[in-house]
Design a protein around this ligand. Structure first.
Ligand code: PSU
Ligand code: MN
Length: 308
């Protein structure tokens, strides 16, 4: 189980986040693997800063999480964001990496899974990112299922993201979430968005039209003692969404190359993401940036109702 008392020894809050948490102001957690392993420099840094600003403008406080020199940070300085964007000495951190990185004084970028852990320990209720990890295509052979799903199932937090990329098996990911009891919603649509595109062909449980309703549902879920996470998906804006054929071809190519090269384990997702950017000549990166910013905006809005 998570240990809030012990956590205090290892954590450092930014003044902005500390103040917000102490005064019950809305706080939105942000992950950092998207910065270190999800996007190339300098767009990763620009996007991270822009997302933080969008959240501030929306009336909430951004709390980007990472491990720097063994300290678990909640809320980063500009220098720390810059460091995560450029350094090669940043380890993609999931649950099982914490003890090693913290005790050895190393640097780690948090994935969705580990950001959930940190956010829960810090008392943050909502978390914004681009895409959630999930059940990979071919998982019946590779066993590759992201830790993100387990942490989402085990912790009462809301995640806002643009759905799952079709580097994953979206249908199986939804089945997995159903088994775990994680409700899946979509903003102004009843379809699970597929990250780069608005359509996946899979239905979510319920459509939500208002940010306030999302907050009411979360509050009710947790008041009822149903301590699972909530997945609130937000489709990429129409004007930024990609041509389905183009993106699917790029994903197929990336998957083929990953197989040829024998990429596996925690390298898989970063490899596929950077390949897709390469194959689409950077178009997928622009789409990725647009959807994260769109999620940050919705996240701040929901956070305001959630912290009322
Ligand atoms: N999907 C993206 N960008 C990302 C990731 C996923 O579009 O940066 C990152 C997130 O940090 C996510 C992690 O939590 O990859 C999932 O990795 P894995 O599939 O190894 O669990
Ligand atoms: Mn994996």
């Amino acid at each position: 189980m998570l240990d809030k008392e012990n956590f205090k020894k290892y954590v450092e809050f930014s003044p902005e986040v500390k103040d917000a948490l102490e005064n019950n102001k809305p706080v939105v957690a942000l992950e950092s693997t998207i910065i270190s392993h999800g996007m190339p420099y300098p767009k990763n840094l620009q996007t991270a800063k822009e997302c933080e600003d969008i959240i501030r403008k929306g009336g909430a406080v951004p709390a980007t999480t990472a491990i720097i020199n063994g300290k678990i940070k909640v809320g980063l300085t500009e220098e720390e964001l810059e460091f995560l964007s450029t350094s090669k000495d940043v380890i993609k951190t999931s649950r099982r990496d914490f003890a090693y990185i913290v005790s050895q004084g190393l640097n780690g970028a948090t994935t969705v899974a580990s950001t959930i852990i940190v956010a829960k320990l810090a008392g943050i209720k909502i978390f914004v990112t681009g895409g959630l990890g999930g059940v990979h295509r071919g998982a019946s052979e590779t066993f590759d299922i992201s830790r993100d799903l387990e942490e989402l199932a085990a912790n009462d937090i809301m995640i806002i993201c643009a759905g799952c990329k079709s580097i994953l098996d979206i249908g199986l990911t939804l089945e997995y979430l159903e088994t775990k009891g994680v409700p899946v919603f979509a903003y102004k649509t009843d379809e699970m968005p597929a990250f780069f595109t608005r359509h996946s062909g899979f239905k979510v449980d319920y459509k939500i039209d208002e940010a306030k309703d999302a907050a009411d549902i979360a509050r009710t879920q947790w008041n009822l003692g149903l301590k699972t996470g909530i997945l609130f998906t937000n489709p990429i804006p129409e004007q930024a969404s990609m041509d389905e054929k183009v993106i699917n071809k790029a994903i197929e190519k990336a998957l083929e190359e990953a197989k040829e090269k024998g990429i596996h384990g925690k390298e898989t997702t970063p490899f596929l993401l950077s390949k897709v950017v390469e194959v689409t000549g950077g178009k997928s990166l622009e789409a990725n940036i647009a959807l994260v910013k769109n999620n940050a905006k919705l996240g701040a809005e929901v956070a305001k109702y959630l912290y009322e």
